[in-house]
Design a protein around this ligand. Structure first.
Ligand SMILES: NC(=O)c1ccc[n+]([C@@H]2O[C@H](COP(=O)([O-])OP(=O)(O)OC[C@H]3O[C@@H](n4cnc5c(N)ncnc54)[C@H](OP(=O)(O)O)[C@@H]3O)[C@@H](O)[C@H]2O)c1
Ligand SMILES: *[C@@H]1O[C@H](CO)[C@@H](O)[C@H](O)[C@H]1NC(C)=O
Length: 311
């Protein structure tokens, strides 16, 4: 299993990647100069790295997340790196009204928009599904509905600029894995929605590209904190990942698979031998290190005096 996962499948995937995804046009960082770009979830991780790349390329940048202090620092760094301009709006994407507000801010500041990079995710967990339906509802608001709301609000500007929508998803949005049921559900939703919308754009001659980014394990602080104790593969670098996302969006690619070897290999197996892929995915997690859900409600003995212990 180890050799298969580490060598053979990535090699197979890489071969396929070269065969199918050799870009028709070459990427040139000048493509982003002066472009007006929104990046969500840019206070840390991959989003933060995308902001720095865009800054170096001379783009106008509007970033957003909840934590103002972090956004402030990222904006300052973007200015140092050479951004044409850099600003932020802070707030929570759990509220679709805020999602629309971010796009309105771009409209008020720039009078247009070239690229919308949807990247944020709300906090979820890496453990057995705990039965919390409300958590899934909230996560769908943050990880899915806000993406739809921003797309709807930005579309007139993106049509005008013949721009790009870039949606950051995950292998968990293409193939199910254990311990991420709520997160996986929100990422599958993105694929369904945006892959459908892409058809309509093409049928209707709407020249706005939609790029769905299927990412494997990336070395951001939050991902390492959440899963490094329980999965066996090594993470890929966030800086390169961020650059690949921008590149794929600028080249108007339909999907980005990063890292290409592992992701293409997995997608190939998913279609050819799904049961085998499932085994491989399970062999790659250390289930003993994963927290079990608490016993079902009713069997638990609440500590004396805790709220709700009266019934
Ligand atoms: N890292 C991986 O291994 C990996 C693998 C596959 C896919 N991805 C995808 O890559 C993207 C970025 O992941 P990452 O690892 O870079 O994550 P990250 O470092 O945790 O960044 C998440 C960003 O979202 C913001 N955020 C969190 N809750 C929010 C809310 N309620 N409203 C608005 N913003 C919120 C965070 O800032 P605040 O806390 O300040 O709001 C932060 O800027 C995600 O779409 C993720 O699914 C990552
Ligand atoms: C779509 O927009 C891109 C970017 O402006 C342009 O290069 C391409 O020629 C356009 N395609 C069509 C069919 O108009």
């Amino acid at each position: 299993m180890g050799l298969l996962l580490k060598v053979i499948i990535p090699l197979m995937g890489l071969g396929l990647a070269v065969y199918f995804y050799s870009a028709p046009e070459n990427f040139n960082e000048e493509m982003l100069r002066g472009k007006r770009v929104i990046v969500t979830g840019a206070s840390s991780g991959i989003g933060e790295q995308m902001a720095y790349h865009l800054a170096r390329m001379g783009a106008h940048i509007l970033i957003t997340a909840r934590t103002e202090a972090k956004l402030q620092k990222v904006v300052e760094r973007c200015r140092e790196l050479g951004a044409a301009s850099a600003r932020f709006v802070s707030g929570s994407m759990e509220d679709t009204a805020f999602a629309e507000e971010v796009v309105k801010e771009a409209e008020n500041t720039w009078g247009g928009l070239d690229m919308l990079i949807l990247n944020h995710i709300g906090h979820s967990y890496f453990k057995y599904f705990d039965g919390d339906v409300d958590h899934i509802r909230k996560l769908l608001e943050t990880n899915f509905l806000s993406y739809v709301a921003m797309t709807v609000t930005a579309l007139p500007m993106l049509k005008e600029s013949e721009g790009n929508i870039v949606v950051v998803s995950s292998v968990a949005g293409k193939a199910g894995g254990p311990f991420v049921a709520p997160y996986s559900a929100t990422k599958f939703a993105l694929d369904g929605f945006f892959s459908s919308l892409r058809h309509e754009f093409i049928i209707d001659n709407v020249n706005v590209s939609i790029t769905l980014c299927i990412l494997g394990y990336i070395d951001t602080d939050s991902a390492m904190r959440a899963v490094s104790h329980a999965i066996k593969v090594a993470p890929s670098p966030k800086e390169e990942c961020a650059l690949e996302i921008i590149r794929s969006g600028a080249l108007r690619q339909r999907e980005l698979h990063y890292p290409p070897g592992i992701v293409n290999g997995m997608l190939l197996l998913r279609d050819l031998a799904p049961g085998f892929l499932d085994n491989l995915i399970r062999s790659n997690v250390i289930a003993e290190n994963v927290q079990r859900a608490p016993p079902p409600h009713g069997t638990r003995v609440p500590p004396a005096g805790s709220p709700g212990s009266g019934h």
